[in-house]
Design a protein around this ligand. Sequence first.
Ligand SMILES: Nc1ncnc2c1ncn2[C@@H]1O[C@H](COP(=O)(O)OP(=O)(O)OP(=O)(O)O)[C@@H](O)[C@H]1O
Ligand SMILES: [Zn+2]
Length: 843
Amino acid sequence: MSELLNFNFPSEPTVERVTLFADVILPLPLPRLYTYRIPLEMNDEVLIGARVIVQFGAKRVLSCIVADIHENAPEEYQAKYILDVLDDKPIVTAPQLKLFKWMAEYYMCTIGEVINAALPSALKLSSESRIQLHPQYNPEEDELILAAQEEKIIYALQQNQSLTFTEVGNLLQLKSYHKFIKSLIQKEAIIIFEQISDKFSPKVVKKVRLSEHFVQEEGMLEELFNQLTPKPKQLDVLLNYLQRVPVHQDVNQNYKGIEKNVLTNNPHLSVSSVNSLVKKGVLEQFDQVVSRFPMDVEAQQLPMTLSEYQEKAKDEILGLFKEKDTVLLHGITGSGKTEVYIDLIKHALEAGGQVLYLLPEIALTAQIVTRLMKVFGDKLGVYHSKFSDNERAEVWQGILSGRFQVVVGVRSSIFLPFHDLSLLIIDEEHEASYKQYDPAPRYNARETGLMMAHLQRAKTLLGSATPSIESYYNCQTGRWGLVSMTKRFGKAQLPDIELVDTRDEQKRKNMHSHFSGKLLTAIEERLQRQEQVILFQNRRGYAPFISCDECSWIPKCKYCAVSLSYHKYNNELRCHYCGYHERMPHDCPACGATTLKSMGFGTEKVEDELKLMLPKAEVQRMDLDTTKAKNSYQQIIADFENGKTNVLVGTQMVTKGLDFENVSLVGILNADTIINFPDYRAHERAYQLFVQVSGRAGRKGKPGSVIIQTRDPLQSIFRKVRNNDYQSLYEHEIEERMRFSYPPFVRMIRITIKHAEEDTSENAAIVLAKDLTDRLGKQQVLGPEVPYIFKIRNLFLNEIHIKLPRSNTNLRAAKDQLSQAIFNLKLLPDFKGLRVVVDVDPV
Ligand SMILES: Nc1ncnc2c1ncn2[C@@H]1O[C@H](COP(=O)(O)OP(=O)(O)OP(=O)(O)O)[C@@H](O)[C@H]1O
Ligand SMILES: [Zn+2]
């Protein structure tokens, strides 16, 4: 595979008339690249990193990326011709291709899977792709010079709204019709969209401006004033317009106009006068399509000067960057890391490079984007999965064209087409959400980011108040630089942390459902003082399961080995693994009793009960269920920021990096499920979670407090959290990792074997484990074992863990062995229908 993936980047375009071949990456999980022949007339047009259209299989026509161009015909098959060239410039850059290749090798997947994850769908075309008229193109009015075929397409689109590529081909009766589509896209007459649901719907605002001749021709404006004197209401409208758009100072300002509703919503102006002026032709009304990424936000430098500590940290980072490529900024919650990042980004942009700022979660981007917009204006691009395909394609193209020099985004941003990255920031670097579980590539954006930075010779700054053990270890061994900030910004102090023993409280009848008396009183106090509260519970839904009081029946998922969670708002039982749902039964299907009780509690119940107990409080919830819609994150965060809500209840979404100045109390409702998680990282995770969520309190001057409810307050983790003692957590953890051979001392690979038959799954796992033991040695192979959740989506699971020494040569060899073993396993007739999932560095 690696030979086939060898990319060459010829520095000069080929001009001779030789027969050329292109190796292409199809967006499919294929184990290797395919070679196509380049038609002679396209010799100069096919470029590495650009898209071409090819036929794959008997029927499929799709776009793919050219990875290499050479003169060697494939030996095993007759190369088909490339049908068309889509781009006249590469849309995937040279360092990106190298990164994708590395990802495929490192994470043991195909490069097609990587490309598939990387490209926004709007850049992936197939016979099913659709085109529509460009929303700003008006065939009746806009004079474009179109070829006859192009006119035909436009005409058909006017009749039909949209066409698939296949339909375009049929319409033109041509095999190579893509060039017409391409040309129409370039002329901005059409756009491509992947699904009807994704159809590009631009935001349009109604605007007005003065008709041009009043502005351009001498004396016209005075005359207009005279004309309008008998109509004082219309005159008012005109004066108001001129106040907002001082055309006498700068005539060009008129062109932009203002939004019409600025005039019509003004209580001092009459709507009918505005409309009369439009009718008379004094005001000209027009529609403007506003980009989803506002272009006219001017960068406005905020007067944020770094504190002495921040300045010192920044200088240390820059100093370390002279010797090291990677630096970890370990700054406590609220120490002001973001401002240090912003300063470093400015620095990097001034030197002319590109910057990527990675965040683990969309919820976080909302706040940070506002902060960054103010400083970087329209140089800033934002990238995450709540954007539509077209929006994502717009960011992709904007990076290629140089429009966006700094991008803030979640893990998938590491796929973006940077070519001159100079700084990569990985905020909250300890976050597990940087890792993609499913589907392949199962990559970690932190590790991939580091590789990306390495390939582009960029510097990487990772930041966290609770660094991952692996990262801190890298600093201890001297591979990375370490910079610390140990004080909160300004006068803010770390909050006081109080433990409440729920077992004890229960005995004293001091528990009100899931709230201790102490927590309730504390919440009430904050409400009286007009301060805000964040409550954290690690489960969404109303209750993790329900059970019959009579017969103990518990509803389970039909397809997975888990109980169904109860969601009250739609009275449903839901599987959090496969999405299966059913109505909550009225009585027990097993015994008929009407005594179904919900057990345990999730965020929905916390919200519900709080509203009952404290009816005056405005409570809002932030979890997966309340943030499905595109802008719901922003709304919830904005409501909390503006003080519209007093209490924010949420899952781990509320714990990360959010910055609210008025929060003086944080409550953790049930710490125990977090600590008692069966995983070697449980301790580290619990520490990170408690410290992060506590860190939301008391960020701006006002003292903050934290109440943690637990049945076992004597656990050592709480002492570390209360003392903010990362050092002792690290020392304890790193010793255990060394003793029991866990990362960072070894690399782990998890192999999950899936089959519809329980026995087949188990047998296959035994055979594979045996083979792997033979190949890699006994020490290296753990399992097979049946995971706690042993069935998901009707497939029975078995797991094998592999631990490998850290040296790179061994790693590659071991992975080859692993691939071989899996390949052989799947060939065995007993194991038909077997699925094997390989997860490198699982988290
Ligand atoms: N130089 C500065 N001038 C004014 N305000 C600042 C400055 N630096 C930080 N702040 C304010 O201090 C608060 C905390 O800063 P910030 O959010 O960057 O902390 P952080 O280190 O990222 O914390 P966390 O790890 O909890 O996310 C913010 O409200 C921020 O606006
Ligand atoms: Zn299920």
